[in-house]
Ligand binder design. Structure first.
Ligand code: AMP
Length: 410
């Protein structure tokens, strides 16, 4: 189901809550997430740049001076040419249809001179924040230098909102701080799903590692009506229950945690479901021999790399009866076509569903994109780690620090 973000509420003030006079001819520092995939200086996917356009355009329309800042890659506090933002400035310029001034640094006298000379409606891009070690250290002096460039701060980098860095958290202590339109949208959809979902609320969690998702699973118990645990991480739970899983993925040091979770699940009102059948292979290889077996029939030398048709049918039935579906993590090794059926079928079922559908996490978002189904999903989250931490019930430091919405008097 596709719905407008206007129909869902949030608790933080956004750029739209800033009075026009506080934006008119004012310098606005916008933290964006331009950490795009790049090969030999060529951007291979500009989705993150496009995701920042609504906020940038809104500020241009309000006659602001837009000062963009972002990290890119892991230069580890050193200036490295391969991590310069010039190719990103070029792409942004094409997308915006207006010039973007690429500055040679992100702080310092030259940057201050350039931002003070800039005219309303102009767009400037500061150089990679991570050329300074102080960025990731959330160094106060560095954050104050960033803050000195502007009158207002806007965070629109959902993908890094779970990190307390100088440009995502520190700077917000020294300027009036608001959410950008992308963060507003992310909070609206993820927040609504977790706190006020339309029920039945079905959550599908897949992927490789139980270790990274155990807190999410625990937080979802009691909140969702059905929790489907799939992908490679399901096999740690099967082993915990005494099943033979052959060479399937397993985190042995999480078996105890898996058992504890299964016990918690028994007393919870959430229905917890696992795959009932799977595609096993005799090697982790696209050309491996494969077989379809039930979960209790995995041969000792084989590994489960996708869920089977019965499991897919069960998941589809849950999706068909749901009014909210949240999906994070692939249901098989979707990078190899032969083991992508479970993931692709779930993607299609979500696209055809009348429910509010939310997809989070890089891999599931990539599967949706690859299948050309993005427009059929209510919300595809741009933040993998951030959306997971949000679902864990954690407060994201880059969001906690933004201005709260004033409660409506009753
Ligand atoms: P995560 O980063 O934990 O969300 O895991 C994503 C990865 O899980 C993808 O690269 C998938 O190939 C992998 N994955 C999903 N199902 C399986 C499986 N049954 N066996 C091995 N890897 C899997």
């Amino acid at each position: 189901m596709v719905i407008s973000e206007k129909t869902v509420a949030m608790g933080k003030q956004s750029v739209k809550d800033i009075a026009a006079t506080d934006l008119n001819a004012k310098r606005v520092l916008v933290r964006v997430d331009f950490n795009v995939p790049m090969e030999a200086g060529v951007i291979t996917d500009d989705v993150r740049i496009r995701a920042a356009l609504p906020t940038i355009r809104y500020l241009i329309e309000k006659n602001s001076i837009v000062i963009l800042c972002s990290h890119f890659g892991r230069p580890k506090g050193q200036v490295k040419d391969e991590f310069r933002l010039q190719p990103i400035a070029k792409r942004l310029q094409e997308l915006l249809g207006q010039p973007v001034s690429m500055l040679e640094d992100c702080i310092g006298q030259d940057v201050e001179t350039a931002v003070h000379a800039a005219k309303p409606k102009s767009v400037l891009l500061l150089e990679n924040l991570r050329f300074y070690k102080e960025e990731e250290d959330n160094n106060e002096v560095f954050a104050r230098k960033l803050a000195a460039l502007a009158d207002v701060y806007v965070n629109d980098a959902f993908g890094t909102a779970h990190r307390a860095h100088a440009s995502t958290e520190g700077v917000a202590h020294f300027l009036p701080a608001y959410a950008g339109l992308l963060i507003e949208k992310e909070l609206a959809f993820l927040g609504q799903a977790i706190h006020q979902p339309q029920r039945p609320f079905v959550c599908i969690i897949g992927g490789a590692k139980v270790s990274t998702k155990m807190s999410v699973l625990k937080n979802l118990l009691g909140k969702v009506d059905t929790l489907i645990i799939g992908g490679g991480m399901a096999y740690t739970f099967f082993k915990a229950q005494g099943l033979q899983i052959g060479k399937s993925l397993c985190e042995d040091n999480f078996i105890e945690a898996a058992n504890l979770f299964l016990n918690l699940a028994k007393s919870s009102k959430t229905k917890v479901m696992f795959p009932v059948d799977c595609v096993v292979a005799d090697a982790f290889d696209q050309d491996a021999h494969t077989r379809l077996v039930t979960i209790d029939q995995i041969p000792s030398d084989w590994q489960a790399l996708d869920c089977g048709p019965e499991t897919i049918a069960l998941i589809k039935a849950e999706i068909a009866g749901a009014r909210t579906v949240l999906w994070n993590g692939p249901l098989g090794v979707f990078e190899m076509d032969r083991f992508a059926t479970g993931t692709n079928e779930v993607a299609k079922a979500l696209a055809h569903s009348q429910a509010v559908t939310i997809v989070g996490g890089g891999d599931s978002a990539a599967a949706i994109e690859k299948a050309g189904l993005v427009d059929k999903i209510t919300h595809v989250s741009t933040g993998g780690g951030a959306s997971l931490e949000f679902l864990e019930g954690q407060e994201l430091p880059g969001i906690a620090v933004l201005k709260d919405k004033t409660p409506t008097p009753v």
